[in-house]
Design a protein around this ligand. Structure first.
Ligand SMILES: N[C@@H](CCC(=O)N[C@@H](CS)C(=O)NCC(=O)O)C(=O)O
Length: 208
């Protein structure tokens, strides 16, 4: 088996977390390289695109969370073989990525600008995307975003819901998902109830 090393920030969320979960579900051992924010200043320049996550496979690097997710998803049996279902999986991953990008881009803004941008996102784009994502989930039967079993799209969407509900984004009400897309919250709970996901969080001692 190749040597896998995933470098990502040291918290149970963000773009790296679905990959950690996919490894854990598949039972594929990997080096969980957790980068502290202090360390990041010196490590950024050494990454291929100045960002994380980065996956190393026998020393070769792969960037872009969705590319990494699909790669591990294929190894882990968490990515559909059927082309249409695979495209649905990609669709959810890409929509989720757009939402993470929109919220993430406000992180280091001056406070007044951050407040204005986040309030604008909370007033329109976030509920819009959540409602439409919920509609997509329902169109696929309500349990999973693609096919009839867990995929990397479910992991990515679930981590986004946890992030939004965490309250870590000032000016974005933490109850926005519950109010606008309760089926996505149910979906989040379904993913967290997966026995492998539960075992992973118990192992890493996460308090979610
Ligand atoms: N499209 C990229 C975005 C990567 C990205 O922006 N990562 C953030 C963390 S989630 C990052 O590295 N931020 C620190 C920085 O840009 O210096 C992906 O999906 O991997």
């Amino acid at each position: 088996m190749p040597d896998y090393k995933l470098s990502y920030f040291d918290f149970h969320g963000g773009r790296g977390e679905p990959v950690r979960l996919a490894f854990a579900i598949a039972g594929i051992p990997f080096e969980d390289d957790r980068v502290s924010f202090d360390e990041w200043g010196t490590r950024k320049a050494g990454t291929p695109f100045g960002s994380l996550p980065v996956l190393e496979v026998d020393g070769k690097t792969l960037c872009q969370s969705n590319a990494i997710g699909r790669f591990i998803g294929k190894l882990a049996g968490l990515y559909p073989a059927d082309p249409w279902q695979a495209a649905l999986c990609d669709e959810t991953m890409d929509v989720t990525e757009e939402m993470i990008g929109a919220v993430g881009s406000t992180m280091f803004l001056p406070e007044d600008e951050k407040k204005a941008r986040r309030e604008a996102l909370a007033a329109g784009p976030i509920p819009f995307y959540l409602e439409r994502l919920q509609k997509k989930l329902e169109e696929n039967g309500g349990k999973y975003f693609a096919g009839d079993s867990l995929t990397v799209a479910d992991l990515k969407a679930a981590i986004l819901i946890r992030l939004l509900r965490s309250g870590m984004f000032d000016y974005i009400p933490a109850d926005l998902p519950d109010k606008t897309a309760p089926k996505l919250v149910e979906h989040y709970n379904r993913v967290m109830d997966n026995p492998d996901v539960k075992a992973y969080y118990a192992k890493v001692g996460a308090e979610l």
